[in-house]
Ligand binder design. Structure first.
Ligand SMILES: Nc1nc2c(c(=O)[nH]1)N[C@H]1C(S)=C(S)[C@@H](COP(=O)(O)OP(=O)(O)OC[C@H]3O[C@@H](n4cnc5c(N)ncnc54)[C@H](O)[C@@H]3O)O[C@H]1N2
Ligand code: MOO
Length: 348
């Protein structure tokens, strides 16, 4: 029995509310005070009976099957909330504009994204809420890519009855966060559709010795995020030509410039030098993430420019995914954003 609960003759007191036990055999006609869950491992987990359901004689064997010998009736005090109402109020307090709150079930409400974008989840608010006790908030990590309909957070009441003050504390954390940051603690920043200019370097590709694999890989990657490659150009491993082609792409007004290949340590790897010579401010050449450690990120004026290493052609998830998603929600990338990528950045 949880602390603060006091059991006398089949009555449990939580906060100021009373939960009275009724034997299932005597419960026909009774209204269920909360959802009842069935779990059949590997087959089913979910609500078998809904809160508000009126118990019938046919229900009795099924109630016994899920281990119910007794059911609760609740006398809810003004100062307490039912688990479903607690979960619902917390979810509404936390949710931003691009979030849909589900129906409460089993004391839980799921917050789902309505758009494709980056989860925006305030870690400090989540921690403050989970320090309160009796209630729980579980979320995905900040900046995870979410699709429409995907869950990014769920609120839950732990006991069946929660003191109102606990939920009010959650509402206060959410309100203070909104006032201070002008954003909800849980929201999604949508991807903007952008057009990229792609320059593929490599004499072996330019001369036709081998077929280009970067174009299809980068086009597919941008399409995954709702963006596109506007144009692909080719250059041999010659710095002067690469600089000229970067300037050409800049003039076309693309939202970002991507230069592929020639990013590592060989004498023929001319791309980083050429991106510098083209006049870009280099935020970082080298990214503390694997795969994608040889990636370069900078700005040519205000246009993001990437040097894409070979791994982007064949690894499904690289440092390019992380930085591309940030650019597509409109973030400006600084040195510290690159530094942060190392912790948790080993993916192979
Ligand atoms: N000694 C070291 N070796 C490597 C390092 C290192 O730090 N020290 N870094 C490794 C990493 S990480 C990567 S990623 C790779 C590749 O980097 P590059 O971007 O320089 O790639 P390239 O040298 O240009 O080409 C590698 C490989 O891929 C083929 N390629 C390149 N472009 C295309 C294209 N458009 N279509 C098809 N194939 C392409 C190229 O022919 C090479 O076979 O370096 C590691 N090595
Ligand atoms: O740029 Mo490479 O891993 O980092 O494959």
């Amino acid at each position: 029995m949880a602390p603060g609960q006091d059991r006398q003759e089949a009555t449990t007191v939580i906060g100021s509310s009373k939960l009275k036990e009724v034997r299932v055999e005597e419960a026909v006609g009774m209204v269920l005070a909360h959802d009842l869950t069935q779990i059949v491992p590997g087959e089913f987990k979910g609500r078998l009976f809904r809160k508000g359901h009126v118990v019938t004689a046919e229900d009795l064997p099924r109630l016994k099957d899920i281990g119910k010998e007794n059911l609760y009736t609740i006398e809810l005090a003004d100062t307490d909330l039912h688990e479903d109402d607690a979960a619902d109020r917390m979810a509404r307090a936390l949710a931003g504009e691009r979030i849909a709150c589900g129906e409460p079930a089993e004391g839980k409400v799921t917050l789902k994204s309505t758009v494709h974008g980056l989860a925006s989840v305030a870690k400090e608010a989540v921690q403050a809420i989970n320090r309160i006790g009796d209630i729980a908030l579980a979320t995905v990590v900040d900046r995870r890519v979410v699709r429409p309909g995907e869950a990014l957070a769920a609120t839950r009441a732990i006991p069946l009855i929660v003191p109102k003050t606990k939920v009010e504390q959650v509402e206060r954390v959410a309100r203070d966060f909104r006032a201070e940051r002008g954003a909800a603690p849980v929201d999604v920043r949508p991807f903007r559709p952008m057009k990229a200019g792609l320059l593929t370097t490599g004499t072996e590709v330019y001369s036709g010795r081998i077929a280009d694999k970067f174009g299809p890989a980068v086009s597919a990657k941008l399409a995954e995020f709702g963006s596109e490659v506007g144009e692909q150009r080719f250059a041999p491993d010659d710095r002067h030509t690469i600089v000229k082609e970067i300037h050409y792409l800049r003039k076309q007004g693309y939202d970002m410039i991507l230069v592929s290949g020639g990013m590592s340590v060989d004498p023929d790897d001319r791309t980083p030098g050429a991106i510098s010579a083209a006049g870009a401010d280099i935020v970082s050449y080298g990214t503390p993430m694997l795969p994608g450690s040889m990636l370069l990120f900078g700005y040519l004026g205000n246009v993001p420019i990437f040097g894409l290493p070979g791994c982007v052609m064949h690894d499904p998830y690289t440092s390019f995914d992380v930085l591309l998603s940030r650019v597509l929600v409109g973030d400006t990338i600084g040195r510290e954003d690159i530094v942060e990528m190392g912790y948790g950045g080993l993916h192979r």
